[in-house]
Design a protein around this ligand. Structure first.
Ligand SMILES: [Zn+2]
Length: 146
């Protein structure tokens, strides 16, 4: 079980993630407005437009995904289950939660799922997309490594 103080710290980290995400959301929005204005411009050919557009969509998907995870963690924090591994029910360490506030797995389960992801990637299925969207320990997403 986490102490009240630890919970407060994790809530602050999650709030910070939310803030960062909404900032990204704003820049994506202004980009999308510029994008609309630029449609029909001769200097950008159609395939380029399409590529920009699909990149933008992926960005939104990732943001939505992260937002969902943060909201879920806030709920888990409220009902006192944030430090319980979703997979095996073992406690997740406070240190790990602080470093990976959106994680719902203990380190053992996480490592196992990463091994499974790697095996799938090696088998040639899955383009790494799933790993990219997941809360990868190396991901550039909602980590504290910056
Ligand atoms: Zn576990």
């Amino acid at each position: 079980m986490l102490s009240q103080k630890e919970k407060t710290q994790i809530r602050a980290v999650l709030a910070e993630e939310l803030r960062r995400l909404s900032k990204k959301g704003e820049s994506a929005l202004s980009y999308s407005m510029n994008h609309e204005r630029n449609i029909g411009r001769d200097s950008i050919d159609e395939s380029m437009e399409e590529e920009l557009f699909s990149t933008e969509m992926r960005l939104h998907d990732r943001e939505k995904f992260l937002l969902g995870k943060i909201n879920k963690q806030l709920a888990r924090l409220d009902n006192g289950s944030i430090d319980v591994c979703e997979d095996c029910g073992e406690p997740i360490s406070f240190r790990r939660l602080l470093a990976r506030p959106v994680t719902t797995l203990c380190i053992d389960c996480k490592e196992q799922s990463e091994r499974e992801e790697a095996a799938i990637a090696q088998a040639g299925r899955g383009s790494g997309e799933a790993a990219d969207l997941g809360e990868s320990e190396r991901g550039a997403g909602a980590g504290a490594e910056e």
